[in-house]
Design a protein around this ligand. Structure first.
Ligand code: CUA
Length: 165
């Protein structure tokens, strides 16, 4: 079978683009740690405030120096509203919603989750620099949606941040 030269060229371009896209996916996942948020467990949305770890929302320091931040989203606020963490430490954000679908997006980071009633969302992040970030709900959740935000204050690495435990 004879393949026309131009057709060969187009096929080659197509294959190169495919390989480049696959390579970009692998690069994002391996080098930058970007993954699709997975389902990290189920929870009864009516019993969030009495079910661990959501019975103790806030910042928790683990023995290995990493942190877990437990957040509850509800119309129209986050608990806690203000999150203090140090730079340079691995932080796991564990969150859920009690009522309707909410968003969880920390401005200037790749942290972007959906908070779904009945489902636990989890994502890890390490802040490189101290600073302040907005935590916003970016899923429309009703009349007060635009009031639903919090703040993440990143302290210099090694700072003893206020820990709720
Ligand atoms: Cu919660 Cu929009």
């Amino acid at each position: 079978m004879k393949i026309h030269t131009w057709e060969k060229a187009f096929l080659a371009v197509g294959i190169i683009v495919l390989i480049a896209c696959a390579g970009a996916l692998v690069y994002a996942s391996v080098v930058h740690g970007i993954h699709l948020p997975g389902d990290s467990g189920r929870i009864n949305p009516a019993q969030v405030t009495t079910t661990p770890p959501f019975d103790q929302p806030g910042v928790h320091r683990r023995e290995d120096g990493s942190y877990e931040v437990v957040v509850i989203g509800r119309a129209w606020s986050f608990t806690p509203q203000e999150i203090h963490v140090p730079a340079g430490a691995e932080i796991t954000f564990t969150a859920t919603a009690t009522d309707v679908l909410h968003g969880f997006n920390i401005e200037g980071t790749r942290l972007n989750m959906m908070l779904i009633p009945g489902q636990i969302s989890r994502n890890r992040y390490t802040f490189a620099e101290p600073g302040e970030h907005l935590l916003i709900c970016h899923e429309y959740c009703g009349l007060g949606h635009h009031f639903m935000y919090g703040r993440v204050i990143v302290h210099p690495a090694g700072t003893d941040v206020p820990v709720v435990d």
